[in-house]
Design a protein around this ligand. Structure first.
Ligand code: HEC
Ligand code: HEC
Length: 437
């Protein structure tokens, strides 16, 4: 990677700001903590942390306490840290999250590391800020299950240490908004860089071995990962912050049918309903579509950061891929075909040694404070290399199926991808006149 010229850089930054951050331009930003670890961009920090949300030490301390406090849940069993365990890279190591009474949701717990830089929160981007995000799991019936914001506030007002702490930090009685601000302040201190890759890209060539360097070349070349997970000065998280259908959920169901049903149940603009649909129902698999109701968002999920991904498995929004070898197998065969598959997905023709190089590279994106854990995960995943449920070498190498350069024509007699719910002709409201006798 070469550093882009000053002009190209500022242009790219401007575009990026324009696309993903609606923060008012007049709002000045908080000064970034210094020094920031290598790989964590001060520019991105300034864009992501408005002055009004600056993580002051008092707010952070209160937020950290709340993040780890099981009393924020109905039966005192579950805290944010239950699913985002700081010792496990702020994830839980499970395919899907488990909340109060062992209830399982539909989605995998993403890491909170670097979440402060996300242009939107959740796999489908349904919250735009950390504050909005924090309010939802506390109220979700299968996560922390508190019945209402008022109930949370009443419970906290019964705990003298919180009455004192909120008074000291916010100078007023406890409110649900202030609780969210404190948790968000804590999350804004959870940035993570300092990966072996960062030393490499800053000129320490030997920080990566030959296999890992080949992996980086494949990542930006034959394997096409950089088209969505580019890693460079303006994309330090290895995510384009956009939403794509890469075919993870496609093998499980008939998307057009699900979308047709989905549009009928979604109430417009109701964040809590979308949260429940996403975590508790099969409509979860519609992904970004639940938020935008745009047909091209069916089955699309947010491109996740690849930083620390070595320690945050299992993978994908539904935790359905166990190892990074499974992830490479998925991409190598071009994902799973479905009418909404992203145009950037096609078979890659990667050989087994190339897959090993790519996996080796991805493991270099982990913060060096987790080096031991990262090594253990690499060993654990490598031990499973014999089990490869997603591998389809014939398709990946073009000996079977679609060769990739030209997409196949959809079979319109089976289903027309354009024909879904209110957007198709089927369920358009009948003209008033036809209802008259
Ligand atoms: C029962 C497990 C569970 C609990 C408890 C929980 N989360 Fe999560 N968290 C998840 C899952 C699962 C997702 C992804 C859900 C989705 O995208 O639909 C998520 C998403 C997030 C995200 C978005 C990250 C990203 O990359 O988009 C943040 C931030 C977060 N949680 C913080 C919190 C905070 C703060 C709390 C406590 C107030 C909390 N979580 C409680 C499981 C949990
Ligand atoms: C068309 C855009 C696109 C391309 C190309 C792409 N990805 Fe992804 N990647 C995504 C999206 C979107 C997800 C989440 C999908 C989901 O959960 O349904 C994802 C998920 C992942 C995950 C899981 C991360 C986690 O926290 O669960 C890994 C690892 C990953 N990609 C690595 C790669 C690698 C390596 C390549 C190249 C071989 C690649 N990606 C190519 C868009 C892309």
């Amino acid at each position: 990677m070469r550093t882009p010229s000053g002009v190209a850089l500022s242009l790219a930054v401007l575009l990026w700001v324009h696309e993903s951050h609606a923060a008012p331009e007049t709002q000045s930003s908080a000064p970034p903590p210094s020094p920031l670890p290598s790989g964590v961009s001060a520019v991105l920090w300034k864009l992501s942390v408005p002055a009004s949300a600056a993580p002051t030490p008092e707010r952070v301390a209160l937020g950290e306490k709340l993040f780890n406090d099981k009393r924020l849940s109905l039966d005192d069993s579950t805290s944010c840290a239950t699913c985002h365990d700081p010792n496990k890279g702020f994830t839980d190591g499970k395919p899907v999250a488990e909340g109060v009474k062992g209830q399982k949701g539909m989605r995998n717990s993403p890491t909170v590391l670097n979440a402060l830089f996300n242009a939107s929160q959740f796999w489908d981007g349904r919250s735009s800020t950390l504050e909005d995000q924090a309010k939802l799991p506390i109220l979700n019936p299968i996560e922390m299950a508190m019945p209402s914001p008022e109930a949370v506030v009443t419970k906290l007002r019964g705990i003298p240490e919180y009455v004192t702490a909120f008074q000291a930090v916010f100078k007023r009685d406890i409110t649900y908004d202030d609780l969210a601000s404190a948790i968000a302040a804590f999350e804004r201190t959870q940035f993570s860089g300092n990966a072996r890759f960062d030393r490499f890209i800053h000129g320490e060539t030997n920080a990566l071995n030959a296999s890992e360097r080949r992996g980086w070349a494949l990542f930006n070349g034959k394997a096409r990962c950089n088209s969505c997970h580019a890693g460079n000065a303006v994309s330090p998280l290895f995510s384009d912050q956009k939403f794509h259908n890469i075919g993870v959920a496609a093998h499980k169901q008939d998307f057009p049918q699900l979308a047709r049903e989905g549009v009928k149940v979604v109430r417009l603009g109701d964040e809590r309903q979308i949260d429940e649909l996403a975590l508790q129902t099969r409509f979860s698999e519609l992904g970004r579509f639940l938020v935008t109701k745009q047909e091209n968002d069916v089955g699309a999920f947010k491109t996740p950061t690849l930083r620390n991904v070595g320690i945050t498995g299992p993978y994908m929004h539904d935790g359905s891929l166990t190892t990074l070898w499974d992830v490479m197998d998925h991409y190598n065969k071009g994902g799973v075909a479905n009418p909404y598959l992203d145009g950037g997905m096609q078979r890659l023709g990667l050989t087994e040694p190339e897959i090993d190089d790519l996996v080796a590279f991805v493991f270099t994106l982990t913060d060096e404070r987790f080096t031991k854990f990262n090594g253990q995960e690499l060993a654990r995943q490598r031990a499973r290399k014999g089990q490869r449920p997603e591998r389809d070498t014939a398709v990946a190498l073009g000996k079977k199926g679609n060769l990739g350069d030209l997409a196949p024509n959809p079979d319109l007699s089976v289903k027309n991808p354009a024909d879904i719910g209110v957007y198709g002709t089927e369920t358009l409201p009948k003209p008033a006149s036809t209802k008259q006798p």
